[in-house]
Design a protein around this ligand. Structure first.
Ligand code: HAM
Length: 432
């Protein structure tokens, strides 16, 4: 037998019911983000390599060692997107962001690619759900995005999460902060690994991305971001804390959240769950007021976040799929197929949220009922989330009398009704 092919390392297929669970999370995102005026944007899965070097930053881990970069047939360097903010900004600049009414409210979901060492919650292909708000420079923008994020998390049953918030100085203050971190770490440089020594020389802020416990300890008493804020930045940060509705957006401050992407200015935040381990944030985001201009557009303030959808689904304890009545239409033999197809469509017309599956074995009612029985007894394995499982039994008797026999799989109760009475009977079943 020839060897079976496997999915590439670090990827994972989503089969039902998992695929349906992801889709349900995405519909909640569409519903909640949509209610704040955020519309979906879709950008290419690959972009020019230069885009990520110029936005995420040359010296970040992402650009430096995690990108899937390839040369196409015409010699262009392209990269599978490691994140979506750069692509969104590129698209807006390309389509003339200066002409677009502000603010611009967008959300997206889709696969991202990073060459990381796969482990629990860390993949090479993973999915993000993200939000970007452009054109609101004041702290109200950060507050809206955070408030909406927590509404979404609560809607998914995640009520025990806390945002960890920080504010990174910008402009000259950022240079001063970076210098201070450099001075603080330099005396210890002999104890650092080669990679962290490189970070120290090239971009000291990236030292905060290191996983080396010794360096994390050294950074524990490094100069604090908040001590370097200029008065306007401090005011922005204080205003945001005032605006965040207590109870609705639980947060705490931490000087060590510096985030592994270079484009952030001022507000940055992450949400970490105990259930995933401290290294694995469920989501990260912040303000990136310079990125639009850095990518050739007019200066435009912006703020956003991206949730790791795979991690989100892993920590969820509730099922986001809507409950749906499930009907199995079971024709006794192949002579009843045409009748069954008609009845199945009438049920779909009467109950638009129902799942109506038709059995095509034609080997008798008992065999035909086996799948319905499995769904009724093991609903968690089912692609859909059943709200009652019913079978519709159709044999020669029903066909000739123009009737249907309805069987409730949970109670075993059975009744035969005229086919014409189906809408009424199904309507009554829904009321119950
Ligand atoms: P990020 O922190 O690089 O930010 O990624 C956001 C989230 O994506 C992470 O918190 C994590 O949940 C998930 N994630 C990242 N890498 C992996 C992986 N290898 N496997 C599974 N999940 C992963 C950004 O991407 C920014 N674009 C967020 C943003 C939007 N900032 C402003 N707007």
């Amino acid at each position: 037998m020839s060897e079976r092919l496997k999915a590439p390392k670090g990827t994972h297929d989503l089969l039902p019911p998992d695929s349906e669970k992801f889709a349900a999370v995405e519909s909640r995102a569409r519903e909640i983000f949509g209610s704040y005026g955020y519309a979906e944007i879709r950008t290419p899965i690959f972009e020019s390599t230069e885009l990520f070097a110029r936005s995420v930053g040359e010296t970040t881990d992402i650009v430096h060692k995690e990108m899937y970069t390839f040369t196409d047939r015409k010699g262009r360097s392209l990269t599978l997107r490691p994140e979506n903010t750069a692509g969104v900004v590129r698209a807006l600049v390309e389509r003339g962001i200066q002409e677009m009414p502000k603010p611009i409210r967008l959300w997206y979901h889709g696969p991202q690619f990073r060459y990381e060492q796969p482990q629990a919650g860390r993949y090479r292909e993973f999915r993000q759900i993200g939000v970007e708000l452009l054109g609101v420079p004041s702290a109200e923008g950060d507050a809206e995005v955070l408030e909406m994020l927590f509404k979404f998390l609560r809607a998914l049953g995640l009520t025990d999460l806390v945002a960890v918030l920080n504010c990174i100085p910008k402009g000259a203050a950022r240079q001063a902060f970076s210098r201070a971190v450099f001075e603080h770490v330099r005396p210890h440089s002999a104890r650092l690994g080669a990679e962290d020594r490189k970070r120290l020389e090239e971009n000291p802020l990236r030292l905060f991305d290191s996983k080396d416990p010794e360096l994390i300890r050294i950074l524990g008493n490094a100069p604090k971001t908040l001590d370097f804020l200029d008065p306007a930045s401090r005011e922005h940060h204080d205003e945001l804390k005032r605006l965040l509705p207590t109870g609705l957006v639980p947060f705490r401050e931490s000087a060590s959240v510096v985030r592994g992407l270079d484009y952030y200015t001022l507000t940055v935040f992450e949400v970490v769950s105990e259930r995933l381990g401290a290294q694995n944030a469920i989501l990260g985001g912040g303000r990136y007021d310079d990125l639009v201009a850095d990518l050739g557009g007019p200066p435009t303030a912006a703020v956003g976040f991206a949730i790791g959808e795979d991690r989100l689904v892993e920590v969820m304890t509730t099922d986001a799929r809507p409950e749906r009545p499930v009907y199995f239409v079971v024709p006794d033999s192949r002579y009843d197929f045409a009748y069954a197809l008609g009845v199945a469509n009438e049920i779909r017309a009467s109950l638009p949220d129902a799942v109506v599956e038709t059995d095509f074995n034609g080997r008798g009612i008992v065999k035909g009922l086996s799948r319905a029985g499995t769904v009724a007894t093991q609903p968690s394995k089912s692609a859909f989330r059943p709200k009652g499982v019913r079978a519709v039994l159709l044999g020669q008797k029903e066909r000739e009398a123009n009737t249907v026999t309805l069987k409730d799989l949970s109670t075993g109760a059975q009744q035969t009704v005229p086919r014409t009475a189906l809408p009424e009977v199904l309507g009554a079943a829904r009321e119950r």
